[in-house]
Design a protein around this ligand. Structure first.
Ligand code: A2P
Length: 340
């Protein structure tokens, strides 16, 4: 018999994404019979609010997963490696926000507006992977294009907020910014160089081909989610001194010609996407506009003067919400609607 409410656990509940997962579950009135908050031993014993009640944070290492229906994971790949098999073996369905399982063939990688049908593949592993934040917002926009006119090639440059690297990274930007105004020496700790008043052209580790892993993730994940094995995309991922919200400058060459106006029309019908494209000062979305909101915003739409089938545009979304917590909760909503 279908349950009317579910036992939900958040692993990484004290982290940048975990906190927002808790907020979004409450906001969207996810049917919860019990909420379990898990973190490391470091923050076990503390309490957090959920729906007006105080919930104690527990040490994941001591937790028995029996009885959990849905486990939202955002505690890093190493923690997912340990706990996802345990949670799944105990009967939970894990929605994993890390890159640990994304590229395994029998693990679905889901953006609810793009490939909701793949949630059905949560068995046999009982794990669903949540894609990388930069991939999610890009695919919301690319999917309608791929379906209507086909995509030959994508060139994307990202401008990514520090919150994507976790709460210590948020603190590092704050600390360095303040330090510089106080004329103090600042030293990097989370990032390899000073992030305040700077742009860092490296996110995640270097690969043998000279790309960073973040850049390759965008290609690997786009291919898997769009189910186009030879999808052609090249990315340059840059960390910028922004707290919340990733921005992306995108150039797409389509297979058939589509005008900027037709593209706008297509986007107006796309789920989760808002067009904000007034060609006047300030008539475009920024990370600050997108922070704390659900939609993925698209602006600066124009035809590429260098290619007859080229389009340029600018995509912005809150990396912690649509890029992580919201996407995970939307997957959980599909799971309980159709499968649990
Ligand atoms: P803790 O607060 O105990 O360190 P962020 O992405 O903002 O850095 O947050 C990471 C989240 O993942 C935090 O909630 C952190 O808990 C949790 N975490 C990190 N490593 C582990 C681990 N090995 N086991 C359980 N939780 C972990």
């Amino acid at each position: 018999m279908k349950k009317s409410a579910y036992h939900v656990a958040i692993l990484g509940a004290t982290g940048a994404v975990g906190e927002v997962m808790r907020e979004i579950l409450a906001e969207r009135q996810f049917p919860i019979s019990q909420l379990t908050l898990l973190a490391s031993e470091r923050s076990a014993g503390g309490t957090m609010d959920f729906g007006g009640k105080s919930v104690r944070v527990q040490d994941a290492a001591q937790f028995d997963w029996q009885g959990v229906d849905i486990a939202l994971f955002s505690a890093g790949a190493a923690a997912s490696e340990i706990y996802a098999p345990l949670a799944a073996a105990a009967g939970a369905v894990v929605i994993d926000n890390t890159s640990r399982y994304r590229y395994e063939e029998d693990i679905p990688l889901v953006v609810p507006e793009v490939n909701p049908q793949r949630v059905a593949d949560y068995l046999p592993r009982r794990i669903i992977a949540n894609p990388n934040c930069s991939t999610i917002q890009l695919l919301l926009v690319l999917k309608p294009l791929a379906d209507s006119v086909g995509i030959e090639r994508v060139v994307v440059s990202t401008y990514q907020a520090v919150s994507g690297a976790g709460s210590r990274a948020i603190q590092e930007l704050g600390r360095q910014t303040l330090g510089i105004f106080q004329q103090k020496e600042v030293s990097p700790s989370v990032f390899p160089k000073q992030i305040a008043f700077n742009c860092l052209p490296q996110i995640d580790v270097f690969q043998d081909n000279g790309y960073t892993k973040e850049e390759m993730k965008m290609l690997w994940e786009s291919r898997k989610i769009l189910e186009i094995p030879d999808f052609s995309l090249t990315a340059t991922c840059v960390r910028v001194p922004v707290f919340y919200g990733h921005s992306e400058a995108v150039n797409v060459v389509t297979k058939q010609k589509i005008s900027a106006l037709e593209f706008q029309e297509l986007l107006r019908k796309a789920q989760g996407v808002q067009v904000w494209d007034d060609q006047k000062p300030g008539g475009w979305p920024t990370a600050v506009d997108a922070a704390g909101k659900d939609p993925t915003w698209v602006g600066r739409i124009r035809e590429d003067v260098s290619h007859p089938r080229g389009l340029n545009f600018w995509v912005v979304a809150d990396n912690i919400r649509k890029g992580a917590a919201l996407n995970s909760v939307q997957i959980a909503e599909l799971l309980i609607r159709d499968y649990l």
